[in-house]
Design a protein around this ligand. Sequence first.
Ligand code: SF4
Length: 362
Amino acid sequence: MINLTLKVSTSGVCEPVIVRLNRDWGLRDSEHDVFLVSSEQGRHMFARPGIEIAVRDCDIEDLDGDVVLVSPESDVGHRLLRASSPHNTLLMTERCDQLCIMCSQPPKKTHLDFIQGLRTAILLAPPRAAIGISGGEPLLYKADLFGLLDLARSSRPDLTFHVLTNGQHFAADDVPFLRGLPSGLVTWGIPLYSAVATTHDVIVRKSGAFALLMQSMALLGRAGGAVELRSVVMRQNVADLPDLAKFVANNLPFAASWAIMQLEPAGFARGAWRDLFFDTSLEFTPLAEAISVAAIRGLDVQLFNFPLCAIPDGFRSFAVRSISDWKQKYLPECASCRLQRSCGGFFEWYVHQSGFAGIQPL
Ligand code: SF4
């Protein structure tokens, strides 16, 4: 697993700062840039006038261009953006107004205002980075989120964003702002678990959520927003997927894509794994039907978090290597698999004893 924290020690740092680590002098020069001055025995010293930051026990090749939050009272640096990774996500808040039964990162009641840090990180981001923004629910802080997108539009038009939202908080007066965003700047990743309102509401544990979501979808459709629908497969909704495919094709034709996702064994899903997990390596029929319906209707369907051998041969082309590099692993069985390079593997915290029964090298 790739570590998202670094062992650091600092000198001249009096309050939390965000820095960009640079291997070479002079390529960049904002007040946040620090430059490598020495590198010995796994200890890399970065500096700029008045500040020194030593990073230990990591590969210098892997640090260049990283955007890191450093605090004087802590010996840990948080890698907000990794320049060498396509999987960068900024956390907007840990609050949420839903309580999804499978939530991999259960919400908290408190909110830590880090908006200035997020703005700085965006300005320092590697060129053409694709950045995820997640929570919690980012649109609980809509003004801050729209401010970030506005900042990117004006100062970093090379960046793109994927905002993961429960779709409960768009309003009619957001439409002009959304319409004004450049095409391709932002994709809204929005979970939808069933075409049956009560099933969706039970899964997200919020009465009336489906109805609010449909209102938001109508607004996004009017605004020309790019939407990626997301449906986690669980025992609770797997039989609904074929009807959900028809519902999406008939009612949400502007959705740019539909991601059907396997469960991440973290957060609430970890505790309720046996009640939630549906083993697609043993039974794929409802997914096959849903994918076929969606594909015929022209939807761009993708399978996230599925090991390739948990998918029948004819449907493997829909699989995406979606698990972020820092939390991905393979099993010993994978060593002899000829498809390992194209397989997304497993979450680092996947427990095989209670997982897919049909894993086998291809
Ligand atoms: S054996 Fe491993 S690498 Fe091969 S398809 Fe299955 S999970 Fe992927």
